[in-house]
Ligand binder design. Structure first.
Ligand code: IVH
Length: 706
């Protein structure tokens, strides 16, 4: 590369960053042209990847500076909508587990028995860290990488070649004299440091942080856009192989040495031993070192070294008889419980979280642990100030196992479960009851839409397909606009409809945004305008009131006809008006759960304000009240067979409009069956019960005359 003294991305100022992005865009475009059009690249793949990574890192730090011609938007090879499937010529297997020293002794004894080896006959076994990443199979033909496939279900994986090529540890060409066909297998992972850095960047950009290096590595490798993968620092350890046309060595250790010679990184902690005791010694040494390693490991893998013996041992179901994974135990530590905080989930569920004096558990600093619910706190009997035992196992959130009685301080404090939500609204925390009146352990903030912790999820529901269904405004866009600080913020449903009008430059702002242009910005505004007129039932459903699903919303809309009547009924119920409650209770399929939930919702002033602001923006279409004076009023109708002139939903709606009920199955109580071609058992039943059967045309004739 021309410039070797590049300013680190963290040190660039705004101006330098813009200049650097311009330079990189031009340089990368030039290399793209040389590579794709002229087939004559002038830099190595690794150098090219480094350019793209730098571009990506700068864009992550300065998202506003991202250029319209940004190289991160372009991927050399065409990106498929979905990954192509690749069938592994040799399946990718899993490993059996050992959880203690005894299991390992049993494993070695089993191997010896199977091979009929005397107890003192030499048997060499390798030991190496079990990397906590995801496995990948790389196929090389005549030394060139032809494809990279994930493990998938072990038989078929996904073609992630474009992404794998962005990983520095994966050579595009093998060094030395590789066999004509050489499938190399190993683990893709992310170092703890790179993971922490990525999360720092995410946090600084106000984006969601990732859970752990393993999941992040997996997510990064399975990106449809390879430039995203390129921006993530992924690494690869080679430790195994699939199809190989000519085996270059006859031992496990020898093969790994060969992989290294081909240009791969292999794990330096791999070694070969001639006794179980030495294997276990190595295991415990690795366990001691675990915290200091740059990457996560979750055990040690033992493999019989002699490949001929491996072949004789073969497989049991999905795992080889010649290998086993000795897992590390879940790690525990003692620390002080400093406080218990309350966390509010996306649906308003309240979870108590233990705040701990930071303690290292298995190489990871643990500061928080979940306490699940009030009952769990009671069960454990913990008090604030106690010395608690914390456990961390793999991916799971650290847990508190108990406390040390002798260490309880004089001033230990019992935790009192709060009665109001920690959100700024201080709305009551309510315990739910299920249909049969049992109290659930889940407590929820009653703020619903108004609660800042729940708002985003509510908004996603609001715009969903069966609610407002605004084209171009889905989950992704809600995430995008939710925290917008440039005047395009959407934090309430009403703000969707004021997006365009609250600021005359909105359109200009939007079309200059990432992913938007003149047309898409206009389309979004048009789509929003289109939904300003909305049927009452959709509006009720969109409010996201607990227990008010689509069919309940429809019942309510039909019963009250217009928004004013519905709102008035809801407000009266919220105010404790018994007559209004009874009236609603009389509606079909509506009971206490729905009514209580509506009452809670409309009792909350913040919800009322939110609804008022929204309604002011809308034209609400009245629901058609069912007709009570038609020939179909009160009748039960079943539609069966394939209908050609209407969809099943439409047929149902028509029946309801004329005061009838559409049922799913035929019984003696059925009044009419509308049967299309292919009607089967329902038609037979109708004939059995003597129910009138008509075809679709007759149905239309009848309703048209009504
Ligand atoms: S050997 C036939 N070696 O563990 C067995 N696997 O549970 C081939 N893994 O899917 C696997 N480090 O993703 C082997 N040093 C290592 C490993 C390792 C991690 C993973 C691998 C595999 C899983 C099996």
């Amino acid at each position: 590369m021309a410039d070797t003294k590049l300013t680190p991305v963290e040190k660039l100022n705004q101006e330098e960053a813009a200049a650097e992005l311009a330079r990189l865009a031009a340089e990368i475009a030039e290399h793209d042209a040389r590579y794709h059009r002229e087939d004559a690249p002038t830099i190595s793949d690794a150098e090219y990847d480094a350019l793209k990574r730098r571009n990506f890192a700068i864009e992550e730090r300065f998202p506003d500076l991202k250029r319209a011609d940004s190289p991160s938007e372009k991927v050399g090879a065409a990106v498929s909508e979905k990954f192509e499937k690749i069938r592994h010529r040799i399946p990718m297997l899993s490993l059996d587990n050992a959880f203690n020293d005894e299991d390992v002794r049993d494993f070695v004894a089993r191997v010896r028995r199977f091979l009929k080896l005397a107890e003192d006959a030499p048997l060499r076994i390798t030991a190496e860290p079990k990397i906590d990443g995801l496995s990948l199979s790389l196929r090389y033909e005549d030394g060139d990488l032809v494809y990279a496939a994930t493990r998938g279900d072990g038989t078929t994986g996904e073609n992630v070649t474009a992404n794998a090529r962005t990983i520095d540890d994966i050579p595009n060409n093998l060094k030395g004299n590789p066999p004509a066909v050489m499938e190399v297998r190993g683990e893709v992972y992310m170092t703890k440091e790179d993971f922490a850095e990525l999360n720092d960047r995410q946090a600084a950009a106000g984006k969601q942080t990732y859970v752990n290096p393993r999941n992040t590595a997996a997510g990064s490798l399975r990106q449809l856009d390879a430039s995203v993968t390129a921006g993530r620092a992924l690494k690869f350890f080679a430790y195994a192989w699939g199809e190989v046309s000519e085996m270059p060595s006859d031992t496990q250790m020898g093969m790994v040495g060969v992989l290294k010679d081909f240009g791969f990184v292999t794990n330096p902690l791999m070694a070969v031993f001639d006794s179980v005791e030495k294997l276990l010694e190595h295991y415990h040494a690795i366990e001691m070192e675990r915290g200091e390693l740059a990457y996560d490991i979750d055990g040690v893998v033992y493999k019989v070294d002699d490949l001929k013996l491996q072949e004789r041992l073969g497989f049991v179901s999905r795992s080889p008889r010649w290998a086993i994974a000795h897992k590390f135990p879940a790690e525990k530590a003692m620390t002080t419980l400093n406080a218990i905080d309350i966390q509010v989930g996306r649906t308003g569920a309240i979870t108590p979280v233990a705040r701990l004096e930071p303690v290292t558990v298995g190489g990871v600093v643990v500061e928080n642990a979940t306490l699940h619910n009030a009952e769990e706190i009671d069960r454990l009997g913990v008090m604030i100030g106690d010395t608690v035992i914390v456990q961390r196992a793999g991916d799971v959130i650290p847990q508190i196992l108990g406390f040390v009685e002798e260490k309880r301080p004089q001033d230990a404090k019992a935790f009192e479960f709060p009665t109001v939500c920690p959100c700024s609204l201080e709305t009551p925390i309510l315990r739910e009851t299920n249909a049969i009146g049992e109290e659930s352990v889940v407590r929820r903030c009653s703020g619903e839409f108004a609660c800042p912790f729940q708002r985003k999820e509510h908004l996603k529901h609001f715009v969903s397909r069966r609610a407002f269904d605004i084209e171009g405004l889905g989950d992704k866009q809600i995430e995008y606009f939710f925290d917008d600080e440039g005047g395009l913020e959407i934090k309430t449903p009403a703000q969707i409809f004021t997006l365009k009008t609250r600021d005359e430059t909105a359109l200009t702002k939007l079309k200059n945004r990432d992913g938007y242009g003149e047309t898409s910005a206009r389309n979004l505004f048009d789509a929003i305008e289109e939904r300003r007129t909305i049927p009452l039932e959709r509006l009720i459903y969109a409010l996201g009131i607990r227990h008010v699903g689509e069919s309940t919303a429809r019942t309510l809309a039909r019963a009250y006809g217009n928004w004013t009547s519905f709102e008035e009924a809801a407000l009266r119920i919220a105010g404790g008006d018994e007559a209004a409650r009874e009236e609603m209770d009389a509606l079909e399929d509506i009971g206490d759960a729905v009514i209580d939930s509506l009452a809670r919702y409309f009792n909350e002033p913040h919800n009322r304000d939110m609804v008022e602001a929204l309604v002011a923006e809308l034209t609400i279409e009245e629901a058609e009240k069912p007709q009570t004076d038609t020939a179909l009023a009160g009748k039960t109708i079943v539609f069966t067979g394939s209908l050609e002139r209407m969809s099943r939903d439409e047929a149902k709606a028509m029946a309801e409009r004329f005061g009838a009920k559409a049922a799913g199955s035929v019984s003696k109580k059925t009044d009419l069956v509308v049967a299309g071609p292919g009607a089967g058992s329902k038609l037979v039943k109708a004939q059995e019960f003597g129910v009138e059967v008509i075809d679709e045309d007759e149905w239309f004739r009848r309703v048209e005359n009504m």
